[in-house]
Ligand binder design. Sequence first.
Ligand code: SF4
Length: 243
Amino acid sequence: MNINPDLATKTRDAHERLNELYGIQAVRGYPDPMHELIGTILSHRTTHANEVIAYRTMRERFPTWEQVRDAPLRDLIDAIQTANYPEIKAPYIQNLLIHLFRETGAANIDFLGDLSTEAAMNWLTALPGIGFKTATILLLFTFHKPVLPVDTHVHRVTQRLGLIGPKVSAEKAHTLLLAYLPKDTLILFNFHKHFYWHGQRICTWYDPKCTDCVLQSMCDFYHAGRMTLLSSTPVRKKRALDS
Ligand code: SF4
């Protein structure tokens, strides 16, 4: 891939400014990969509090993964009902577990830690219901692989800054931004966290607080009069997972 040196420099400058604003965070470790794998499915378009309730209720009613896999679908839907779209997520979870037991003989993905980043990505994204975003979240947060989850906040802020083009998808953004940054887990973890927080708190979708923003002087969207149409426009009624 041809790397634009100006965009690489701008990406690193923006990252430095947010490092100063939010402070460098240690990479958090999540000790239970299966919890994170199923949790990421439950978390789609759901608050963290409701995701936690759904996961806890599911594990209380079905304490083993075999029981989750074999539960009557309506009972599993009921157990995870605090997560949005439980009628879609429950079959996703059961199909995933069926696949895992068939392929590995157990509901256990610890072996991903021993694979290369590319091999782990390929293995995860071949699972039913697991897309690019879920795979990068799992690999960065649980296995500390050098990948960069591009969620809606990271996507929007990097587009507004002009680090990626207005029509670049989140998956393509992952490749582009990775090319501009060192393949270092601590750096990528902080890039993700800081752009996520900035999108939540300052560069919000409907009313970005540009006058309070440390990135204003380098922001294409601001200098264009906040008129650019972005591909990160929210699609409120879309139901597919991992979007
Ligand atoms: S200047 Fe405005 S649009 Fe640009 S990154 Fe900051 S808040 Fe977002």
